[in-house]
Design a protein around this ligand. Structure first.
Ligand code: 5GP
Ligand code: ZN
Length: 109
């Protein structure tokens, strides 16, 4: 979708700090991290809400989120996925947040 920020990131028209890429999935650092290592995992298929995405474009999402958790070494973390404004969705391209929750003494989070 032409106006979608995440579709532009997929096409390389907007830069991002890439963590993983395959033909179906892209993972990159969130531009406004809630904690160190806050990542977004998105399907390379434009759809606003989870129910708009075909299953075959979702199959890698959780395995990749799991790998990112392991890389950060986080013992505490949130995997979040917002659908609709009332549910706090701001970017209308399905995305999964992986938010490590460091110990208080480690700062952010
Ligand atoms: P939502 O509230 O829609 O679930 O979260 C959207 C997320 O996308 C936010 O955490 C926001 O910081 C992130 N975001 C918005 N625009 C950009 C961008 O251009 N680049 C990156 N890397 N993240 C973005
Ligand atoms: Zn999109």
């Amino acid at each position: 979708m032409a106006a979608c920020i995440f579709c532009k990131i997929i096409k390389g028209e907007i830069p991002c700090f890439k963590l993983f890429e395959s033909d179906k999935t892209l993972a990159f650092l969130d531009i406004g991290p809630l904690s160190k290592g806050h990542a977004l995992v998105i399907p390379k298929f434009h759809g606003e809400k989870l129910t708009d995405i075909p299953d075959e474009h979702l199959s890698e999402i959780l395995p990749i989120a799991k790998k990112l958790v392991k890389v950060t070494g986080a013992e505490n973390y949130n995997i979040l996925q917002n659908n609709g404004r009332i549910a706090h969705q701001v970017v209308d391209h399905v995305h999964f947040h992986m938010i490590p929750k460091p110990n208080e003494k480690e700062g952010l989070g």
